[in-house]
Structure formats: C-alpha cells, structure tokens
Write a protein that binds this ligand. Structure first.
Ligand code: NAD
Length: 491
C-alpha cells in the first residue's frame, strides 16, 4: 500500500469531529400571515375565497397562508395584464423598459440576503446555494436582459421585432426565484406583460418579488402573480394569453401542449431530464469527482439538468466509485439555514415519496445501494445522498427522472459505447464530459443529444448562454439572445 492509498483508506473526517452550528438568522425576513394575489400592482383577496398554508419543508412548520386562485382570479389577472400591455407598456421605448429592469436587478442585489433566507426557508435548499447561486444568477438575468431591451432591432436586424402580448408563465419549485427571473426578465425586456404562477410549495419569494416591483415603480399590471396549485396553472393555460412559458414535469408539459394545439398561442416547454455525466479514464479524476457530486447533490438533486446517470470508463470505475463514496461521507445534510449545510431538505412530502418509491425500485431490480452514515433530522422531509452501482440501463433508476439526491452509476468501454448509452433516454436536456482531450470533448459534444454539454465542469450557468432541451425535455430556449425570440413577433 502506498502512502497515498494509506491516507485515502482513512475516514475522510476524523470520527467525533463535528461542525459547530453556523445558522443564518431568519430575522431579516418579515412574513405576513396571509398573502393575496398580486394584480394591478396591489395584493387583492382571491375571489375564489380559498387559501392554503405554505410550509418550511425542513420543519413542516407553516410559514404563511397563500391564496388558491380560481378561474375568475386568473381572468382578472390576465385582463389586467392586457390593459397594462395596451395602455403604455408595449409602446414604451426600450431604453425606458431597461431602466425598470436595471432597477429590479439592483434591488434584488440589495435585498439578496432577505431573498436567500426566504428561498431556503420555503424551499429547503441550503443557504449557501440560495446565497451564492440563486440570488446572484437571478439578479444577473435582470441585468442581462435589461441590456437587450433597447437593442432588439440590432439583435434581429431587418425583422422588426414586436412584443407578443400577455405571457402566462408557470414555474416549478426547485429554483423559485431564479425560474421567475428566467421568465420575467426576457418577457419585460421585449415589451410583454406577465401573469406568473409560482409552484404551490414555494410561492413566498415570488410574493416578496412583488414588493421589489413596487419599489422599482414598475407600472401596475405589467407583472401579476397568481398563486395556487396545478388547477390555477390549468386556468392560466386556458385564459386569454398570447403565450405560455412552462417549466415543470414532462407529463404536465404534454398536457399543456395538447390543450394549446390549434389555438395559435405560443408555447415553450422546459421539462425534465436524465443527464449523462461521462467520465473518461484520462480525466483529472479528483476534479471529476467534485463535478459528479455537484452534478447530483446540488439542490438535493432537484435539478432538471442534474447529472443523474454517471457513465464511468470501465478501467477506472472501481477507483472512481471509491473516491466518490469517500467524498459523499463529507457531505453535511441538515438545516438549510446552516451555512455549513451541503444537502438541505427535500421540497415536499410528495417529492420525498417519489424518491423513496424509485429508490425501492432500484433495490428491487438488483442495484447495489450506498448511503454515507448521516443523521437526518426527525421532523421535515429528508433523504440521504445515495449512489447506486450495478445498474442496468433498463432499470427505472436509469430511465426515470428521480429529482432527488440519487445517482446511478453505469460503465462503458469505448467512446462510441458512451455516446450510445448516454443517448439512450427519452430526455435530452444536458450532459457532462470529463476528459483531458479537447478533441474528444468536441467529438462527444457533436454526438450527445442534449441542449447543454458541459466539459470538465457541471451545472455552470450564465444568462448569456441559452438553455433548453431536445425530445421529452421540451423545446424553446431560455437565456441568451435565443431567450428573446419566444417573446417576440417578427414582421
Ligand atoms: P409539475 O409539472 O406538476 O409542476 C410544475 C408547475 O406546473 C407548478 O407550478 C404546478 O402548479 C403547475 N401545474 C401542475 N399541473 C398543471 C396543469 N395541469 N396545468 C398547468 N400547470 C400545472 O411538477 P412537480 O409536481 O412540481 O414535480 C414533478 C416532477 O416534475 C418532478 O419529479 C420532476 O420530474 C419534474 N420537474 C422538472 C423541473 C424542471 O426544471 N425541468 C422542475 C420541477 C419539476
């Protein structure tokens, strides 16, 4: 045994060593007992008369009551958005629209801590992620699209871009504020007005964002927020909107596409994924292990582009899995508001049940499970970081999106085999390639059927870079110049 192997065979963290608690204070967040619907620049009571409680998934403690918008509420929000579109917003010069977007971006930066704490409280994600990823990226999206607002003629020369009208936007719970930014920023930059429906489990940062809109003095009615579950989303799809932008599950995406067929309403769909993270034997392995961990355990694996299928070249498979397990043992699972936490709470009871069901299926089908020893809190929704080896491509854990901290490891021998296996999925959102050879990166990127291919990194985002899928991962792009097109009509 070499010195290095001896060192690596020891426990990665000496037993008995513990991190001291480093909790972020909740005091910066001031929650109302109840939130109405944000329509025409004001919070209004829902005509439906229905409310529900939104929880902290880490403690199951109710945080506030939120309106469950019905058909009449959605209609009111859409007609308000239509009025705002016709009475000024669509005719405002791009440079004026840009001013509002710049203001929103700056206010998000100023209030970043408040938003980060609320995001972690309501969604369960670790504070270091909401603080260092969600908030900076959300502000960056507003800055980026503010820059385009007065340059659309240059972005699409000789095509006379015009706004589409009222955009209905439906977003999921995994990146609540960031998904809001991905949707609202390009829509406003192009001169549209918006009715946004946040996910039922994570409405609070979208409701706090309404306060930012008032602070930025955005004209009333340009952005409206209707809360509620899938029924509210379905009402929005039916309503008199010009475009639907949806991020969420493939199943609901398909239902929306069927509903909109033949209506002339525009549609973009950003759906699920089952990304391949492909590790070749010539890669920098320690760096790759960090990328594997980031790819699947970031945000508890609640990530549509998560690297949930790991393909390792056979010659380094044992070594990679050993290093991965060692690294997993250092992940700290627990209180999302603790600054040392790496893996927070699962977003909801329903999602936890789904993860458990698929993990049980993996064990039943014959895969070998490993979870590092970790103490999970008694209350709340938790799932330990998990890796499966001995996985066949036909297993459910290799085919279905788990949307949790669960990785399936498969192997390959040749680059051709890696491509064939990586593409053996109904999805096509993202992929990762780890190799020292630039030529191999390009060779792989040309063959992988995925909207984004990361090379020697994973989960890297930039507002200037378009994001979106193939096949059952949806269509349309968000981010970059491409992200403007779905919100524009051309003469
Ligand atoms: P979902 O598709 O049910 O919900 C996403 C959004 O759509 C929510 O705002 C929801 O209220 C709304 N919605 C639900 N039914 C609707 C309908 N009939 N018409 C219009 N809107 C409707 O997704 P979920 O239940 O939150 O998560 C289930 C699965 O979806 C996850 O396990 C994962 O596979 C996938 N997912 C993907 C992403 C992504 O970013 N691609 C995000 C979240 C969830």
């Amino acid at each position: 045994m070499t010195d290095l192997e001896r060192k690596q065979s020891r426990h990665p963290v000496p037993p008995g060593w513990d991190y001291a608690p480093a909790p972020e204070s909740r005091d910066i967040v001031r929650l109302e007992d109840r939130y109405g619907l944000f329509v025409g620049g004001e919070f209004v009571e829902p005509r439906s008369g229905e409310w529900y409680a939104t929880l902290s998934p880490a403690s199951e403690e109710p945080l506030a009551e939120v309106a469950q918008a019905g058909g009449e509420d959605v209609e009111l929000a859409v007609s308000t958005a239509r009025e705002a579109f016709e009475n000024g917003w669509s005719a405002l010069p791009g440079s004026e629209r840009a001013k509002y977007l710049f203001r929103i971006a700056r206010i998000l930066q100023e209030r970043a801590r408040e938003f980060a704490v609320l995001e972690s409280l309501n969604g369960g994600k670790p504070i270091k992620e909401s603080r260092d990823v969600d908030l900076p990226l959300a502000a960056a999206h507003f800055f980026y699209y503010a820059g385009w607002a007065d340059k659309l003629e240059y972005a699409f020369p000789n095509r006379r871009p015009r706004p589409v009208g009222v955009a209905g936007q439906i977003i999921p719970w995994n990146f609540p504020l960031l998904m809001l930014a991905w949707k609202v920023a390009p829509a406003l930059a192009c001169g549209n007005t918006v009715v946004l429906k946040p996910a039922e489990t994570t409405p609070l940062t979208a409701l706090l964002f309404c306060d930012v809109l008032r602070q930025a003095e955005l004209p009333p009615g340009v952005v409206n927020v209707v809360t509620g579950d899938g029924r509210t989303g379905a009402e929005l799809v039916k309503a008199d909107v010009d475009k639907i932008a949806f991020t969420g599950s493939t199943e609901v995406g398909k239902a929306i596409q069927r509903e909109l067929a033949g209506t002339g309403k525009r549609l973009t769909l950003e759906l699920g994924g089952k990304a391949a993270n492909v590790v070749f034997d010539d890669c920098a392995l320690d760096q790759a292990v960090e990328g594997i961990v980031n790819g699947i355990y970031f945000n508890q694996g609640h990530v549509c582009c998560a690297g949930s299928r790991l393909f390792v070249q056979e010659s380094i498979a044992d070594q990679t899995v050993a290093k991965l397990k060692r690294r997993m043992a250092t992940l700290r699972v627990g209180d999302p508001l603790d600054k040392n936490t790496d893996v927070g709470a699962i977003n909801s009871r329903a999602q936890l049940d789904r993860i458990r069901e698929l993990v049980a299926a993996g064990e039943e089908e014959g895969a070998e499970i490993y979870q590092p020893p970790c103490r999970l809190p008694e209350r709340g929704y938790w799932f330990a970081p998990t890796v499966f080896t001995n996985v066949a491509q036909s297993y459910r854990i290799a085919q279905e999106e788990i949307f949790g901290p669960v990785l399936s490891v498969l192997t390959f021998r040749t680059p051709d085999e890696a491509v064939e296996k990586a593409n053996n999925t109904p999805y096509g959102l993202s992929a990762g390639v780890w190799t020292e050879k630039g030529s191999r990166i390009l060779w792989m990127a040309q063959r992988l059927r995925a909207g984004v291919v990361w090379a020697n990194t994973y989960n890297r985002f930039d507002p200037a870079s378009p994001f979106g899928g193939y096949k059952e991962s949806g269509f349309g792009r968000e981010g970059g110049l491409h992200g403007l097109e779905p919100y524009l009509e051309f003469e």
